[in-house]
Design a protein around this ligand. Sequence first.
Ligand code: AMP
Ligand code: MG
Length: 425
Amino acid sequence: MNINRPPNALVPVEEAVDRILDKVAPVEAETVPLTRSFGRILAAPVTSPINVPPFANSAMDGYAIIASDSSGAARQSPCRLTVVENVPAGETPSCTITPGTAARIMTGAPMPPGATAVIRFEETSEFLPVEDLPSTEVLLYNPVNAGDNVRLPGEDIKQGQTILKPGHRLRPQDVGVLAAVGQAQVPVYRRPRVAILATGDELVDIEQPLTPGKIRNSNEYGQAALVEKYGGEPVMLGIARDTVADLTAKIKQGLAANVDLFLTSAGVSVGDFDMVKTVLAGQGEMQFWQVAIKPGKPLAFGVLHHRRPVPLIGLPGNPVAAMVAFEVFARPAILKLAGHTRWTKSSVWAKLDEEVTNSGRRHYMRAYYYLAENGEYRVTTRDSGVKVQGSGILTSMVWANGLVVIPESITYLPVDHQVEVWILD
Ligand code: AMP
Ligand code: MG
């Protein structure tokens, strides 16, 4: 961190993120039934108590044989074996395969002792019958090698093997693997509880009449959805008026709800009635930054005093700035609280449809990326119907499926230049 920076200089985005994450630690773990574990973040490594599969079994419907009994087999000169048993899946074979014998076997059934390979029905008289062949005999039309069509014990998962590591978000295939090793209860991180507070005298809530001079509180709802998107549990506190009493009461209400992170919107920019800043400063240790980011330059960060310190991020008020700042600053904090170990945003690289200019801040431009006919990803930061880059134009976020990231060091990029595009969908 650059401690020589003048006090009024812009804080670089990375530094702001680092300073936030420095005050954030993962929440505690809980145990959930496997059926509730999808999408949760694993809190402890899972090792397998068993081999998967637990025993050697057939990968095909066919005949379990000693591989060498099939040597030289061909359609015109088949090998003939005596069928000593029929082994369905779920049963245990009772015969041992000796030279000249075979067991009819189904997919997943245990290999009988002595057998070294399975020959598929398609390569036997099961599929190409011959007249007068006794039902206790089978003809082999192809040779097989030892090990063919046999699944070995532990070939998927070895007993004692670590199959999933902490910090991993459980996907459907992970849930399947947990079931395969018999993990009925799964240790996962608790979902972090995130307070969301809108501030401003001009706000009315979605069900109240829109009176002159007022706008609707949209930030709180968009932010609640973002909290859910990143695995948190939103605690919606509604609107605080720009008064010390109301703001203080709402902050106390949020803290009483035992939240792990506090998000506010608005009231932290330079020209503001300083009420939000004053109240926040009284409730904890706060810093008010001007971040080298566009949109969303004003940002508050600190910890509120409570039974344990609760980090607070004061997001800007303009709806687009609030959403972009959420993605850049609040998203990593929620992911770290939730037990993730990585919070790099997924991105694609795409060629610009139009030139862009920039001045000294990292610009997250609302953008629409698409696969062009030549197979390349392209991206546009303009759209005829919407004033795309205005920081109050929330429909620009509805139009956008990505955010083009223009580094702070860049002042101009020509058409066709490749840029990073954060994926929003
Ligand atoms: P402020 O940071 O308080 O100056 O607010 C910046 C802009 O964001 C103003 O135009 C506010 O009316 C608007 N704004 C603040 N909070 C919200 C909110 N919860 N929903 C929608 N717009 C808001
Ligand atoms: Mg305000």
